[in-house]
Structures are given as structure tokens and as C-alpha cells.
Design a protein around this ligand. Structure first.
Ligand SMILES: C[S@@+](CC[C@H](N)C(=O)[O-])C[C@H]1O[C@@H](n2cnc3c(N)ncnc32)[C@H](O)[C@@H]1O
Length: 505
């Protein structure tokens, strides 16, 4: 039984690249003539596609597939760690691992393969027979096409890789592949809009998944609908210059603050108090009652412009920012999160079993905005499906948009969920801590849309540059009592003195 498969190629220049859309998976690796090579299993029109060896340089356009393979290879090397380490699931296997699913291979002569009786004469229980040839398109991309005729090998595949291939693969270096994967990730980070995002790993050669796509906005998936822009009222009684040049100045007038928290300390008269009690009892509008703007503006107190005022910092009240339909202008004091991340971040490998984490490269002030959580917005049913497919120990990137569920009486199936696993921003790497330095706040630009809003992270104390940014995944007002591990509980490795011990149960 041969230990490798060679499909004839029509040749071409040395700089050819493999076409990513034609690759099904990579199933083995080796060093040949000092060069790292990978065995590509092709997507093709044939029912079971052929295979061919390619140098890592030829795979420069499909490094995500190489990374999938390396991840499954590493997992297979240390199977016992899979059960112990909470890192489980941080590697996102999309393809079946060649180490889990073995196919064996025989090369037959074309005439023998073409015989209709080939399957019946074979001793193997299931035999896939196919053929194919490598070709290049006009751009020099290598792809595999099904082919017939003399000189084209017909392959019977039963189980692959062979034991020989597995042995070679386990001991063959993949340094160049790792370097190229890291370089590609950094190249993609450099394209992300806003301040620079760095990547640091002093623990191993791994890189976050290239399958992840950085997106600046939510990506709405099937069954998810955003409230019409026409419902996005702006504040009409405000203007850019209402004394100072800071846009909105009077909370009683500002229509965007209609549902903001009422500042009860400024309800001083008995008459106002009575009106407010009626509004509360009847669910009437609080427009006209004093509120607080969410952010400090220049000239106020010693706090930094744009940081959350204590009133909001310490509450879980939604923040309603002004929007493009407002009359308060582009520089309104009530606009902040919508301008996006303003700080340099660093994704780093924690080395403590928590996968990757996030640092800020700059000092952060208490109340300062860090970034929003982005990703695909999916229905609750789809989130449940994805969650069940992943299992309890898989890293979770699901975030429910359920802030208004109770107050608006929304049914569970009407709740949307943000999935940051495959798409999103650097905040997907923020880990949990039972004593966090950041918190997630609800920020809305459309007070009439109670199903889609921003999840925005703010510092809840001063944070020096380089300290890991964390938030409490459960954000409970009071910590749970420690106890025995409930079934399926994921251990928390935050290391805080008051750690609750379990990430979620
Ligand atoms: C939103 S992700 C955070 C980024 C993640 N560390 C990564 O490498 O992609 C959430 C996952 O990170 C891991 N994690 C975060 N905080 C943790 C903690 N305190 N203890 C253990 N694992 C943690 C868990 O696997 C969790 O499901």
C-alpha cells in the first residue's frame, strides 16, 4: 500500500497557489527535500475527491485549511489534555480530523479501476473510486478536476492516512506553516478599522483561528430583523449650540433620553413627584422629567470627556445615545460608542488554560469606553442549535440581546443572540473574571428597537496599560455561594480571590 498519492499535474510556474474554494481538507504532512508539504484532499465534482501533496508556499491562499489540520494534529497528539483542559473547544474544528477518520488508499491501474466489478472484487467493505488531475487556471491557481484517460490514476480510498503517514506527520516540522499562519493573521488585523490591534504569544506557536472574520458591524442572519430606520426618532427639540457647542444640553427636552433613567434626586417638588408617580404607575412617558447624560463632557468635573458618569457606571440602565436623525449635530455629548473603539488593543495567549485574552495598550480611565461586541445576530432557536452542537465545554461566544425581555414582555423565541465565534471584533477575546475591571452596558441608538442594540464594554475602574481586560460573564449583583461542581459546570480559572469557581453551569 503506497504511503502517498501522486496525481499528475499539467505543470506551471513555481509560484502557483492552491485555490481555497477547491480544497476540502488537509489530511497529512511531511518534509520533502527540506520543504514542508501537506496532503490536500480536493473538493471536486467526483463523489470522493483525489489527493495531492503541496508545499506550504503553494497553500498560502488556504492557510485556514492548513491551520484546521495543524489544530486537529495537535489535539490528536495529546488526547488526554482534551478532557482536562478548559482550552477544549477553543480550537474550532470544522473538518473531520484525519486522525479521527481514517481512509485507506490503493492506486489501481486505470483499466482495472474502470471495471464496473472493481468494488465487488475488492476485499474492502467500502471503497470509493475516483480519479482526477491537477490543473492550473488562467490566474495560475492550482485546482483539481475530475479526469479520464490514459495516465490518470484511479484511486480506491478506504482509509487514510496510513499508519506510515501518521508516523511521518507526527514527527515532521510545521514551522514555516505556523509562521505563515501568524503573518496572515497579523496582516488581517492590520486591515481592521480603527486603532491598531496587536497579537502576542509567548507560550506556543498557535495563532487564533483564521476562520474568524473581523467585521465592523453586526451581521444579521436569517430570521433577524432590525427596526426600520424610520422608527429611529432623533431628538427634535435639541440643537448643536444650546449655550455651549456640545449638542444636547437639557435632559428634560431630549427625546433620545425618553427611556433613560430618571434622576430622582432632581425631582424636588411635590407636584413633580406626584406626576412622576403617575407616570411610573401607568407606564406613561417620562419625557420632561430630569435625566442624566451618560457621559462627561469637556469642562465638567475632573473626569475625562466621554467617560461614563457614576449614575450609569454603577447602574445597569440602558444608555440611549443620539443618532443621525437628531438635530443636535455630529458632536453631541450624547454620542460616544457609535464612534467605535478609540484605544489600541492586544490579543495575547494567556498560557493559563483560558485560551486567548485581551489587553489594552493604553491606560484606561474609570468609565472609559473600550469596544463593542460584534458578531452574527441569530435567532434564539439558531443559538440553541449552535450551542447544542458545541457542547458545554466548547468556548462560548454567544451573547443574548435580552436586556428588554422582561420590561417589554418579549417571548424567549423573540430574543436575538450575538454569536462572536466566527465574526466580530477583538472583544471576542475578553475573558471572564469574578472580579472584573470592565462591564458590558446596553447602548441603543433607537429607543424603539428593543431587540437589537450594542453591547459595549467600559472600564469600571482605572486600568493600567497591559492589564488583562475582563468582565463578569454572568454580571450578577451578588456572587453565588461556592459549592460542589454542578453537572457540566465549566471551571473558572480567573484566579480572583473571590472566584466563584465555575464559569457557567
Ligand atoms: C468569549 S471567549 C473568550 C476568549 C477565549 N479565551 C478564546 O481564546 O477565544 C469565552 C471562552 O473563553 C474561556 N474562558 C474565558 N474566561 C475564562 C475563565 N475565567 N476561566 C476559564 N475559561 C475561560 C472559556 O472557554 C469560554 O467559553
Amino acid at each position: 500500500m503506497p504511503s502517498m498519492v501522486v496525481i499528475p499535474t499539467t505543470g506551471g510556474p513555481a509560484t502557483r497557489r492552491v485555490r481555497v474554494d477547491k480544497v476540502h481538507s488537509i489530511i497529512s504532512n511531511r518534509i520533502k527535500d527540506g520543504e514542508e508539504q501537506f496532503l490536500v484532499r480536493w473538493n471536486s465534482d467526483t463523489t470522493a475527491p483525489p489527493l495531492s501533496w503541496h508545499s506550504i508556499r503553494e497553500l498560502a491562499r488556504c492557510l485556514e485549511v492548513v491551520q484546521d489540520y495543524i489544530t486537529s494534529r495537535e489535539n490528536a497528539k495529546a488526547p488526554s489534555r482534551k478532557r482536562k483542559s478548559p482550552d477544549i473547544g477553543l480550537e474550532h474544528e470544522r473538518r473531520a480530523s484525519p486522525y479521527d477518520r481514517r481512509l485507506s488508499l490503493e492506486i489501481r491501474t486505470p483499466s482495472a479501476s474502470r471495471s464496473p466489478s472493481i468494488s465487488s472484487v475488492s476485499t474492502a467493505p467500502t471503497v470509493d473510486v475516483y480519479n482526477g488531475a491537477l490543473d492550473t487556471d488562467e490566474n495560475g491557481f492550482i485546482f483539481c478536476r475530475s479526469a479520464h484517460g490514459q495516465g490518470i490514476a484511479f484511486l480506491d480510498v478506504q482509509s487514510l492516512p496510513t499508519d506510515d503517514m501518521l508516523r511521518v506527520a507526527r514527527t515532521s516540522k510545521i514551522e514555516t506553516a505556523n509562521i505563515l499562519i501568524r503573518a496572515e493573521y497579523i496582516r488581517r488585523l492590520s486591515k481592521v478599522v480603527g486603532k491598531k490591534i496587536h497579537l502576542v504569544n509567548v507560550h506556543d506557536y498557535t495563532t487564533p483561528s483564521l476562520r474568524f472574520q473581523y467585521v465592523p458591524e453586526y451581521v444579521l442572519r436569517e430570521g433577524v430583523f432590525r427596526a426600520d430606520l424610520a422608527t429611529q426618532e432623533g431628538c427634535q427639540k435639541c440643537s448643536p449650540h444650546m449655550g455651549r457647542d456640545i449638542g444636547c444640553e437639557y435632559t428634560k427636552k431630549c427625546g433620545c433620553l425618553e427611556y433613560a433613567a430618571v434622576d430622582v434626586s432632581r425631582i424636588t417638588t411635590a407636584e413633580m413627584k406626584q406626576e412622576y408617580d403617575v407616570a411610573l404607575a401607568t407606564g406613561g412617558s417620562t419625557l420632561g422629567f430630569p435625566k442624566k447624560f451618560p457621559y462627561f463632557t469637556h469642562g465638567t468635573k475632573r473626569q475625562r470627556t466621554g467617560t461614563l458618569v457614576p449614575f450609569y457606571l454603577d447602574s445597569r440602565h440602558p444608555i440611549y445615545e443620539c443618532n443621525d436623525n437628531c438635530r443636535c449635530g455630529p458632536y453631541c455629548r450624547n454620542k460616544n460608542v457609535q464612534f467605535g473603539r478609540q484605544v489600541e488593543l492586544e490579543i495575547f495567549k494567556t498560557g493559563s488554560g483560558r485560551g486567548w485574552g485581551l489587553h489594552c495598550k493604553e491606560d484606561l480611565f474609570m468609565g472609559q469606553f473600550v469596544d463593542t461586541y460584534r458578531g452574527e445576530v441569530i435567532t434564539d432557536a439558531e443559538a440553541t442549535r449552535r450551542e447544542q452542537a458545541g457542547g458545554m465545554m466548547k468556548a462560548s461566544y454567544l451573547y443574548s440581546l435580552d436586556k428588554h425581555q422582561e420590561s417589554e414582555g418579549l417571548a424567549q423565541e423573540d430574543i436575538y443572540v450575538v454569536d462572536g465565534e466566527f465574526m466580530g471584533g477583538p472583544s471576542k477575546f475578553m475573558n471572564h473574571s469574578c472580579e472584573p475591571n470592565c462591564r458590558q452596558y446596553t447602548v441603543s441608538y433607537n429607543k424603539h428597537d428593543n431587540r437589537i442594540y450594542d453591547l459595549a464594554f467600559f472600564a469600571i475602574r482605572d486600568i493600567p496599560a497591559g492589564e488583562e481586560l475582563t468582565f463578569d460573564y454572568l454580571d450578577k449583583e451578588e456572587a453565588d455561594e461556592e459549592g460542589d461542581a454542578p453537572a457540566g459546570a465549566v471551571p473558572c480559572l480567573c484566579g480572583a480571590a473571590k472566584c466563584r469557581k465555575w464559569l457557567w453551569q
